[in-house]
Design a protein around this ligand. Structure first.
Ligand code: ADP
Length: 603
């Protein structure tokens, strides 16, 4: 009999901006009980507030009182407790999937603005008191730092709680304009509620993140509109000194093409606000895909690890020609085993990486059978058009000896295949969470290098990942994700958040993989806060010319260095040269104080 108390109900989307749609409530409860059934980590009872460096305690409290005066006392909270929660009830105080110490990357306070003007007030306030601020939309950037600020003690601006309206859906132009707190779940439901059955939102593997935050961090989804950054058009941004700009056509008063033409006139600054610390985005527009008039998922399996190289060579021309129409996903079978949602101990009690033979034994029981690689794809359009593409794909994939096409009609409705089917047709889901249960208190972090879509590159990266994970006794869940002309290898590593040795191994392993990859000329597309300095350091062509450029812009736009210092490895002048960078030699997230501000406004 279980000794755990009954779990509480997951908040619904009708109750909270970041809740679960009613249609997915049962699945969310199932996920929550599975996580809770094996959880052992106790929540911290800390009461001390993590003060930002360079700000004395009395100044900090005076500043917080002033902030409460600007926004109302209910809209500013001090962080005195950390609770990791779970995906659907995520904290905004720290990294729920902390690969570093739990309270290494924590906020001192959280503030909840309700308008762009209030965001401006917060930015003015931060400049006045020299308090670092760190914007989040929903804070579910799991695996990449979640809601955590890079600078300990920064004030997190939780935009999602009170700025979560779908401002516009234009059914003729197939566009939308959203505030930061609109999740994929929420956008999908809104489209349905407004009766726009002909519109699809592109959604990532799990639908709880924000449309805006995911695009800013250059996340992907699985319809032909999968490159979220590419599909944006128009932003409203509060700059680090408090001015507001609109990019693209939004700069022309009364213009009606803001969501149609992203470039406007003159230099295009949008890129400066992606993976950056140069602004707080308060509105963002996107293209929505028109329903293509039919769709059909397919799944192929390939028997051997060594098939990877030939398979990637087959995928490249098909993807560039858009015969493979959506972001192509080639998953290793270990990921498929992880998706069963069972802890690793179900399969193996030994130390070290679970042996391949055990993974293959377990795979025999899957509906897709034993294999090494699984390709999930979708063909779009009316039947004749799909047929044309599907025949080419079949002919090409079957060139691999032992390749199999899984007949979808043989798969039960609960099979994971149908989750991919929903996601690739714009219906957000939550099942992808299941592999986090590989370890109790499961956290995850990813190694995400970019490469050409070539067999040689895929094999080189696959070798790095396997060798290093072997060395550090870690299991790996790899997926190759082919954008169009490039691919990301995403190696997810799951760890027990309550086991410091395992967390140390994960960090050491990721750092080693990043260095190994850089030596061969590969760089990551996105990363966890703890590795941003290291990765930024690998993009160092011409004596670090790109970083020098980034620093110049940072110092110009953010002279007091208040906005998300250190995000993507870009440190403002006040922090530079003071040891704030995290590296294998120095994992401490803090440096030796901050320098004076260029202007000397009296506090
Ligand atoms: P999600 O909304 O997908 O849960 P987060 O809110 O965790 O994502 O945001 C991911 C990252 O993107 C944050 O750490 C932050 O650096 C950046 N970000 C999110 N929202 C904004 C925003 N509105 N303006 C600027 N940067 C943002």
């Amino acid at each position: 009999m279980s000794t755990k108390p009954a779990i509480s109900a997951t908040p619904l989307l009708s109750q909270r901006h970041n809740g679960i749609p009613a249609r997915l409530f049962d699945k969310a409860q199932e996920a929550k009980s599975a996580i809770s059934a094996i959880a052992t980590k106790s929540q911290s009872n800390r009461t001390a507030i993590a003060l930002p460096q360079g700000v004395g305690e009395s100044t900090f409290h005076r500043a917080i009182d002033a902030l409460r005066g600007h926004l109302g006392k209910d809209h500013v909270e001090l962080v005195t407790k950390l609770n990791d929660g779970w995906y659907m009830e995520n904290p905004n105080t720290h990294d729920a999937m902390h690969v570093a110490e739990e309270d290494a990357l924590v906020a001192s306070a959280i503030v909840y603005p309700s308008t762009t003007e209030e965001v401006q007030k917060i930015v003015h306030w931060a400049n006045k008191y020299r308090i670092p601020i760190s914007p989040i939309s929903i804070g579910r950037n799991y695996g990449y730092g979640g809601a955590a600020p890079r600078v300990r003690g920064a004030v997190v601006i939780d935009l999602g709680r009170r700025m979560n309206r779908v401002l516009d859906i234009n059914p003729d132009d197939c566009t939308c304009l959203v505030e930061p707190g609109v999740t994929y779940f929420a956008l999908y439901e809104e489209i349905q509620d407004r009766g726009f059955k002909h519109l699809w939102a592109d959604v990532p593997d799990i639908g709880g993140g924000s449309v805006l935050g995911n695009a800013l961090d250059r996340g992907v989804g699985y319809t032909p509109y999968g490159d979220h950054w590419m599909m944006h058009s128009g932003m409203e941004v509060v700059l680090p000194t408090g001015e507001v700009i609109r990019t693209g056509m939004g700069a022309l008063p009364g213009n009606n093409s803001w969501q149609l033409f992203p470039y406007g006139f003159g230099p295009t600054p949008d890129g400066l606000f992606s993976q950056s610390n140069l602004g707080i985005v308060t509105k963002m527009g996107f293209g929505l895909m028109p329903n293509p008039g039919g769709y059909e998922s397919y799944l192929y399996t390939f028997p051997k690890d060594e098939d990877l190289s030939q398979l990637i060579e087959i995928i490249r021309p098909l993807r560039i020609a858009m015969i493979l129409e959506n972001v192509a996903q080639l998953r290793h079978v270990s990921m498929q085993i992880g998706l069963e949602g069972k802890p690793r101990s179900t399969y193996y009690a030994g130390k070290g990486r679970v042996p391949d033979s055990i993974i293959h034994e377990a795979a025999k029981k899957l509906s897709s059978g034993d294999c090494s690689w699984l390709y999930y794809g979708m063909a779009y359009g009316p039947r004749e058009i799909r047929k044309y593409k599907l025949e080419i794909i079949h002919k090409e994939f079957m060139k691999i000896p032992g390749a199999r096409r899984i007949d979808p009609t043989t798969l039960p409705t609960t099979d994971y295949f149908w989750v991919r089917d929903r996601i690739a047709s714009g219906v957000p889901d939550i099942e992808e969470l299941r592999w986090v249960n590989w370890h109790p208190n499961g956290g995850h972090a990813a190694f995400s290098p970019v490469s050409p879509v070539r067999g040689h590159d895929a094999t080189a990266l696959w070798d790095i990942a396997r060798t290093r994970c072997e060395e550090f006794d870690l299991d790996l869940f790899p997926t190759f994700v082919v954008g169009l002309r490039e691919m990301h290898l995403i190696v997810e590593i799951v760890f027990n958040r309550d086991e410091p040795v395992m967390r140390n191994n994960v960090r050491a392993c990721l750092r080693a993989m990043i260095d190994d990859a850089a030596k061969l000329g590969y760089g990551e597309y996105r990363t966890h806060l703890a590795f941003m300095d290291q990765i930024a350091g690998t993009y160092n062509w011409n004596d670090g010319a790109l970083m020098k450029f980034n620093e110049k812009i940072k110092d110009c736009l953010d002279p007091n260095g208040i906005m998300a210092p250190g995000k993507s490895g870009v440190w403002p002048a006040r922090y530079r040269g003071r040891g704030w960078e995290m590296s294998a030699k120095d994992e401490a997230p803090e440096g030796l104080g901050v320098g004076p501000s260029p202007d000397s406004t009296k506090l």
